[in-house]
Design a protein around this ligand. Structure first.
Ligand code: APR
Length: 321
């Protein structure tokens, strides 16, 4: 059986880590595309020269020619400019929409049957634009945001409680912006509610609430926190790892329930917008969306997040995309 072919559009920071992870995990052959001459060729050469050490024999090709992505099974898109300090994801809108337009046209032309994961920011707008231009079915076009946002939330909870992050389950819904919605009520450590553990730790309900609020806010601002520290560019290790978790669920038909930026058709009372929700990821991409009952506060927060996504999409439309 032929190996899966995975195209990475954008060979910058995230693209490079994606290529290395795919090789090390032997998920498939990699084509790394970038508009910058020699960059993807240099990165793939560097990665493949460790193949003896890392013990992989998948093929990696760096290219500036879209023809090389022909018939890819999976496409992961990071093309675009990253945020600079002080810049919001939305500031990136016009520049990255133009880039996404070309990317989408070429993916449609050369890999019409691929399943696509978009990472480029502003995520909710970029994935919307990609879907609009390609006309690919909704199950094959999704965005990565929630896996990373949830992992960040889980990390902060693990640090606070002094437990292994492997036992923390915490979900973040909504758009990939400051309005994202960390779901506190269901955050748990191996089934035990995080709020109860915090209340026991501090023996004080108000203090527990305050500590949780701080973690929720840090989660919402986590991307910006990394941008501020790096000074040039934005987070790249954790977005790459998160997209790989999604890719594995699809390539191995795992049916994992992961928070995915997916096109909604009435779920959670939302229609026609890409929003972060729990979804079953398997061989058919987004196989279904998993609905659950939100309380009034959570629903209001999700609606607020959807309003932000709508605003972003409207801005993009006004800019002519
Ligand atoms: N086609 C293909 N690649 C392009 C194009 C284009 N038209 N325009 C720019 N690129 C490439 C750049 O040359 C660069 O190598 O996209 C790559 C982006 O890489 P980085 O600048 O290193 O950004 P990265 O950290 O990888 O983030 C990529 O993901 O999380 C988001 O906000 C982030 O939008 C950004 C994207």
């Amino acid at each position: 059986m032929a190996r899966k072919k995975i195209a990475l559009i954008g060979g910058g920071q995230i693209g490079g880590v994606l290529a290395q992870l795919i090789a090390q995990k032997k998920l498939g052959d990699v084509v790394l595309y970038d508009i910058v001459e020699d960059l993807p060729q240099g990165k793939t050469l560097d990665i493949v020269e460790a193949s003896r050490v890392d013990m992989f024999d998948v093929n990696l090709k760096g290219t500036n020619d879209y023809q090389d992505i022909k018939d890819s099974d999976l496409v992961i898109i990071t093309a675009g400019l990253p945020r600079k300090p002080g810049m919001s994801r939305d500031d990136l809108l016009a520049t990255n929409a133009k880039i996404m337009q070309t990317v989408a046209e070429n993916v449609k032309k050369y890999a019409p049957n691929s399943t696509v994961i978009v990472i480029s920011n502003p995520l909710d707008a970029m994935v919307t634009l990609f879907k609009k231009i390609t006309g690919f079915p909704a199950n094959r076009v999704m965005g990565q945001a929630g896996v990373l946002d949830s992992s960040r939330f889980s990390t902060f909870i693990a640090w606070e409680l002094g437990v292994s992050v492997k036992d923390v389950n915490a979900l973040v819904l909504g758009g990939h912006g400051d309005t994202m919605v960390p779901i506190v009520r269901y955050a748990n450590v191996n089934g035990i509610p995080v709020m109860e553990l915090l209340e026991r730790k501090y023996n004080d309900k108000a203090k527990a609430k305050e500590v949780m609020e701080a973690m929720v806010n840090r989660t919402k601002m986590a991307g910006g926190e990394v941008v501020k520290l790096l000074k040039t560019g934005s987070a790249f290790y954790s977005p790459a790892s998160s997209a790989i978790a999604m890719a594995e669920a699809i390539l191995f038909d795992e049916k994992r329930i992961l928070p995915v930026c997916a096109l909604l058709n009435g779920e959670f009372g939302i229609s026609g917008y890409y929003v972060g929700v729990p979804a079953v990821l398997g061989a058919d991409g987004v196989e279904s969306i998993v609905e659950f009952t939100l309380d009034a506060e959570e629903k209001a927060a999700l609606d607020n997040s959807v309003t932000a996504v709508k605003g972003l999409v409207e801005d993009m439309t006004r800019l002519g995309f």
